[in-house]
Design a protein around this ligand. Sequence first.
Ligand code: SAH
Length: 471
Amino acid sequence: MSEGKQTSAGKQTSAEGSQHRDGRDPSGSSKRRPPRREWNRRTENSPGPVRAGGPANSPGPVRAGGPAKSAGTARAAGPSKSLKDGVCPISRKCGGCDYQGIEYEKQLQKKEAHIRFLLKDAVKTIHPILGMKDPLHYRCKVHAAFDHDGKGNPISGIYEKNSHIVVPMDSCMIEDENADAIIVSIRNLLRSFKIRTYDEDTGYGLLRHVLVRKGYATGQYLVVLVVTSPVFPGKNNFVKALRKEHPEITSIVLNINDLDTSMVLGERNIPIYGPGSITDELCGHKFRISPNSFYQVNPAQTEILYRKVLQYADLTGKEEVLDAYCGTGTIGIIASDKAGHVTGVELNKDALRDAVSNARGEKIRNIDFICDDAGDYLSSLNGLLDIGQKAAMPDVIIMDPPRTGSTPAFIKAAALSGAKTIVYVSCGPDTLARDLDLFEELGYEALEAQPCDLFPYTAHCEVVVRLRRFG
Ligand code: SAH
């Protein structure tokens, strides 16, 4: 999939997002500097542009207020009603939606054609793409940057491409509408609580960003206020006032980020209401989502994608399964119902910690997680076997690498392991095509591929491929 472990908040994205604009800097201030937010891929598995604001895939405009102080940006766009002919009024400044103004059916056709073009020589059967019934407001993770205009009025929205200028925005066609409304309510409360937004140039001010995460199946909302100090004036009354308008909020967290950094989230989280996290459910399993944890931004489609992964894995209850590049363990945990044993391997230790806690929370006993490079881990298993030791050799490998794809070391070790079935989940179809070529050289046939649209209005697409060992 596509979002990697997220190290900054934002929509999903990998930092690649931010495209370029006309390059003018009306402010002459440092706000024109390109965003440096990093998303580990998928850290966002996300595709797309990056900016702290829109998903990488995300489009998404920002919430509003007046024009950004130095930018002369567009006025607050009201919710979707301001879409003219289906086109978001600030799409050019935002840059999150590659397919702005294109009918959804056409978007799907374009994605499918692209996948067919890339995979036609590598995969026997390519199924029609699975799209969304309702492709709007699917993002369950919504981020807004905060700033103030020339008169000191708070504004909130997305960063203009390649800059730190906040383009005011109240709603975005791909973001959860309620999450957008929560952000507007927070902005409206700031004045009465005398909370100042952070000024990147001077370093003064308290509120830098707001991140809202929604549990798709549970309807729980987590609000993360990214602030420069743990001292938040009138904290209890602020919580009360916000929850009065939005009783659906089940947790509010102060995330302390006092560094001169482009990363959205700092490392310290202080819950000021509720447990500091929310829960969501995917394929019958519960997953905890905390401010920094990686979780797919479009859970509805993720569930469809995961079911396809399980179908292709074709487990009978006996198999040893390797969930390589496991992130927070979602795929492995879901597969554990139907496997003998699962081993999840992940390089990022924070993601791994979440994976362990997700499995514990679900009381799953037939899964273990290992913090290692996936290729090194599999090579070391092969090494054990070579010297006659016991090793949990996988019957089935499920792999879900970052957009950059897998590595020859991993693919060679996978082939050496003798796994009969490999299910490859990819958010980077070009690297997928490259990796499938190597798998073929090493004895694996790609039988079928299923494209799945997790990121409507962006050019990104997930694909699941079923590979079988020859003979
Ligand atoms: N399967 C998970 C996450 C996939 S994202 C899900 O569906 O949610 C890809 C993951 O690969 C990220 O969590 C990233 O940290 C991890 N990763 C990147 N390079 C890796 C490597 N060399 N070895 C193991 N894991 C790696």
